[in-house]
Design a protein around this ligand. Structure first.
Ligand code: ATP
Length: 320
């Protein structure tokens, strides 16, 4: 308590012509925190990051980074922050080791090149051209480059966008490692599971504004409380009488049926009753079926997620 935050943003505004990309953001990021900015494309995440990094000037507001006013002194914090650049920012015909050497030379203080290559599991690719790397290798390289100056504060802009699940998991492990070393991390993402797994706190951003900011757990308990009971939809299922089952708060039926409830035991008990009125009449779906098992197949019970939070806050899904 009382310690100065690593980032302190107040009343930030950025306009591009008529577009208000950032519309009055105020937040602080504490030392050692993994802070997520979550929002759909165009929400203003990248613009906000670039202002904090000293790469863009806001139209209004103040930004303190590691105790320095970055608007007045944009180059002062450069030695102490790490910025993950997009893959396209690398010069052409650069090999992995050369890229790491190039970035190391940009700083007064830098980590040993070979050590960083090993740490990011790029040893086998050290002599490969960077444009021949896989998506996951390229992301590992760009994060390695962001850490070459051993910064206190690291910015990662959509570190896993476009990666397959295995490569994404690898990057998550990398980010968890950065966190264990006590660094402060700010990351943008539009992947819910990523924010939920990695972030201590998440700012949910929509149209340049923060619509909610808290730990994933508290966001979920505030905006997506309760349990979702899901199962495969079947022809003839009577959704209307399902809505009348005690404890059922909301029913959404498409390919699957999703029931929101704060009384999952009551709802499950009712669901599994084969004589319930909403179970399709025997043979209603045309096949002989009718083993007396009711209509429930592929039953799944899950807690609310940040996806549900976003939906409940904005009425929109984050998925593109
Ligand atoms: P993404 O996830 O797609 O990167 P984002 O949340 O990072 O989205 P920004 O890139 O910050 O969003 O963009 C916010 C808004 O500002 C968008 O409407 C975008 O079109 C606009 N914008 C961003 N940069 C510029 C620019 N240089 N000139 C004009 N408009 C811009």
């Amino acid at each position: 308590m009382g310690e100065m935050p690593d980032i302190d943003v107040k009343g930030l505004v950025k306009r591009y012509g008529d577009v208000v990309a950032v519309d009055g953001l105020t937040f602080a990021v504490q030392k050692g925190e993994v802070f997520g900015m979550l929002g759909p494309n165009g929400a203003g995440k990248t613009t906000t990051l670039e202002i904090i990094e000293g790469l863009r000037t806001p139209d209004a507001g103040t930004v303190q980074v590691l105790g320095t006013d970055v608007i007045a002194h944009p180059s002062t914090v450069k030695e102490r922050i790490g910025v993950q650049l997009q893959a396209t920012a690398l010069p052409p015909f650069t090999k992995v080791r050369e890229a790491v050497q190039l970035f190391a030379a940009l700083y007064q203080r830098s980590r040993p090149v070979e050590e960083v290559i090993e740490e990011f599991n790029l040893g086998e690719k050290a002599d490969a051209y960077t444009d021949k790397l896989s998506g996951g290798q390229m992301q590992r390289l760009s994060i390695a480059l962001a850490l070459i100056n051993d910064p206190d504060l690291v910015f990662l802009d959509e570190p896993t966008t476009g990666l397959d699940p295995q490569a994404r998991l690898n990057i998550w492990t990398v980010i968890e490692g950065i966190r264990k070393r006590g660094k402060t991390v700010v990351l943008t993402t539009h992947y819910m599971e990523e924010a939920e797994r990695l972030c201590d706190r998440v700012a949910v951003i929509e149209r340049g504004r923060i619509v909610a900011l808290d730990t994933p757990r508290r966001l979920i308990s505030q905006y997506a409380p309760g349990t979702t009971v899901e199962f495969a939809n079947v022809p003839g299922l009577d959704v209307e009488s399902l809505r009348k089952v005690p404890g059922v708060e909301r029913v959404v039926a498409d390919g699957r049926v999703s029931i929101t409830t704060r009384k999952p035991e009551t709802v499950l008990h009712a669901l599994l009753d084969p004589s319930a009125p909403w179970v399709p009449a025997e043979g209603a779906d045309g096949d002989a079926g009718g083993e007396g098992e009711g209509a429930i197949r592929d039953l799944m019970v899950r807690h609310g997620t940040l996806e549900d939070v976003f939906l409940s806050l904005t009425g929109r899904s984050l998925r593109e």
